[in-house]
Design a protein around this ligand. Sequence first.
Ligand code: RIB
Ligand code: CA
Length: 314
Amino acid sequence: MKRIPIIIDCDPGVDDSYAIALANSHPGFEIVALTAVEGNVPAVLTRYNCLCLDETFDIGAKVAYGATVPLVRPYFREESVTHGEGGVGGIQFPEPQKQPEEKAAWDVIYEEAVKYNGELVLFAVGPLTNIATALRKYPDLPKYLKKFVIMGGGTFGNVTATGAKAEFNIWVDPLAAKEVFEKLEVYMVGLNATHAAAVEAKDFDEMIEITSKGTNRASDFLNKLSKFSKENSFERGQDNNVIHDALAIASEINPDVVKYEKHYVWVEDREIENVGETVIEKEGKEPNCWVAMDVDQPLFAQMMIDCCRYYAEK
Ligand code: RIB
Ligand code: CA
């Protein structure tokens, strides 16, 4: 099978970690780079976690550092309850031996896109600062990409501070998102889809059971991550069973897991009540975005379980 080269721009992050694990477990993908952006936790941590995750799953991808702050409104969150101490469920990594690229994330994204000349699929599962910066520096980037898939936006929000009109990745850097939606055709896996694909306690139990039998670093990591996720789910306000970023990856592994509708989508970047909203207009304008609407939750849950089995049996 000819493998599809992919880049995952991310802010690991618990669900980012599952996304990386899932992508790496798919024989049809070659992760050529992990690029770090600020978001769930400060950039110093998302960068460190990218290095550690590359080593944990023995990927061998380039790791490149991107933005530390959004384009306009500063954003900094020291720690995240959802993502735990250090940003990956409080899991401690061995000190990484891997070195990051000297080049910035946006330069690596462009160089790899040109190298693969239309074969590269770019995933963005954090704020879109790096992608917007790449597009500003390299306006011809779109012609070198096969597809651009994000976890972000959706038909409702999760940033309660702004009345829950905005989803976190978009809200952190609304100008970046606005520019990206204006310049690229986006496959948008948003909150409406990720929440509909939320895994159940029995799914976590199976993931934990399977990885408890593994005897390698990746399986042990996924065992700890699944335990953290289950412990931080199903209670009021705890939704670690919504494995947002992994659904974006899954949608490209198995097209049956997500059904898209094409609509015109723009991003509110003015600092008003619905700042960061991905405004979906179903009439009147030329559609520019594939919006994930329906999901196959059992299929997604099975993909997450099979991902755990892949590492446990390595
Ligand atoms: O709103 C969910 C998104 O924000 C996910 O990508 C999660 O990792 C955080 O970045
Ligand atoms: Ca993320």
